[in-house]
Design a protein around this ligand. Structure first.
Ligand SMILES: NC(=O)c1ccc[n+]([C@@H]2O[C@H](COP(=O)([O-])OP(=O)(O)OC[C@H]3O[C@@H](n4cnc5c(N)ncnc54)[C@H](O)[C@@H]3O)[C@@H](O)[C@H]2O)c1
Ligand SMILES: CC(C)[C@H](C(=O)O)[C@@H](O)C(=O)O
Ligand SMILES: [Mg+2]
Length: 357
């Protein structure tokens, strides 16, 4: 079997971690008798520099014609002052997700036991954390009408609009319920229904969707409380479903439950072709230094094997290899602790490939 993968390294550490994840895929392919065909394309700041556009039409076309897409990260200070319609985040990543119909972003937040002391949070709080955040990805504040205007007194006014429709909420909450069926059967829907009209619609819709899932226990939580509960008692969460921006913020926070943002993988699904990307960004503060943790991207290709190619055994093998390497004490800087062995991006990947063998 041959799978065609569109490879979009992007900017900063994106361009460092993506080639490492491909090395892991190649190691899996050799064992499983499958081949991967990689076609590289430009996106983000790298695409602006080369072509003047952050999402060149040929990149989108390639993604549409591939079996899966692997993205590193985009953006960085060099492109931050561009007008919105040219900025990598707004003009490349959001349209890519929208055009591919990727309405659901799945971010599994799992603590590898070896990392129970790697973050600033206490082991007693972290042990056993195993949740999935399902973030709505093509609606909400990111995609509502935006405007900027100058007022009579010369001051400026900016508007972002938070819009959700019933079908958009239904499909994401349904996905959360389906996901929970194969887990502990609990869905926590996070909103701000005490204030926002869009959240009232979200909650009403979630309640209706839940009626079709008698085996699922659905709870509802305000987002401010959820942010606190994630740190106070994260084990209470099984599947957490929420709107786009709440999900963006809560997943960076939740990543610390697994030790680091550099551990958080993701799959964006819903269309014909799915997109796999670490949850982190281009990390300009460590870019170009071979320091980035490649595990979020390596775990993202494991998700690709499972979701896009139904290669569950190979996906589990990558996760087991990561577990083994962490148990052996290898750490990139972001998860480093006293007494462990500090490795760089490439060395961490070498360790994973060795552990697969
Ligand atoms: N999906 C994406 O492409 C994506 C996601 C988030 C941010 N961004 C963009 O990335 C740029 C930088 O944003 P930011 O600094 O707010 O967020 P960031 O995620 O790039 O970095 C936040 C912090 O986490 C650290 N970090 C992130 N990934 C790491 C890894 N794999 N290993 C070790 N440490 C890691 C960074 O060094 C930094 O200190 C911005 O332009 C932002 O818009 C892109
Ligand atoms: C870069 C930005 C547009 C993006 C988002 O908010 O979706 C990022 O933070 C993420 O989490 O993938
Ligand atoms: Mg984010």
């Amino acid at each position: 079997m041959n799978y065609r993968i569109a490879v979009l390294p992007g900017d900063g550490i994106g361009a460092e971690v993506v080639p490492q994840a491909l090395r892991v895929l190649d190691a899996v392919a050799a064992k499983a008798g499958i081949t991967f065909e990689y076609t590289y394309a430009l996106i983000g700041g790298a695409a602006i520099d080369a072509t003047g556009h952050p999402l060149p039409p040929e990149t989108l076309e390639l993604c549409r014609n591939s079996d899966a897409v692997l993205l590193g990260a985009i953006g960085g200070p060099k492109w931050d002052t561009l007008p919105s319609h040219l900025r990598p985040e707004v003009a490349a990543l959001l349209p890519l997700r929208k055009e591919l119909g990727l309405y659901a972003n799945i971010r599994p937040c799992h603590l590898f036991p070896a990392l129970a002391d790697a973050s600033t949070l206490k082991r007693e709080v972290l042990e056993g954390v195993d949740m999935v955040v399902i973030r709505e990805l093509t609606g909400g504040l990111y995609f509502g009408e935006k405007k900027r205007e100058t007022l009579e007194d010369g001051s400026e006014r900016a508007v972002d609009t938070l819009v959700y429709s019933t079908p958009e909420v239904e499909r994401i909450v349904r996905l959360a319920c389906e996901t929970a069926k194969n887990r502990r059967g609990q869905v926590c829907s996070v909103d701000k229904a005490n204030v926002l009209e869009s959240s009232r619609l979200w909650r009403e819709t979630a309640l209706k969707v839940a009626e079709a899932y008698p085996e699922i226990t659905m709870s509802h939580m305000y987002v401010d409380n959820a942010a606190m509960q994630l740190v106070r008692n994260p084990r209470q969460f099984d599947v957490l479903v929420t709107e786009n921006m709440f999900g963006d913020i809560l997943t960076d926070q939740a990543s610390m439950l697994s030790g680091s943002l550099g551990m958080l993988a993701s799959a964006s699904i819903g269309g014909e072709v799915a997109l796999y990307e670490p949850a982190h960004g281009s990390a300009p503060d460590i870019a170009g230094q071979n320091k980035a943790n490649p595990l979020a991207t390596i775990l993202s290709v494991a998700m690709m094997l499972e979701y896009s190619f139904k290669r569950v055994e190979e996906a589990r093998a990558i996760e087991a290899a990561v577990d083994r390497v962490l148990n052996q004490g290898y750490r990139t800087g972001d998860i480093m602790e006293a007494g462990k062995t500090l490795v760089n991006t490439v060395e961490m990947t070498d360790c994973v490939i060795n552990a697969l063998a």
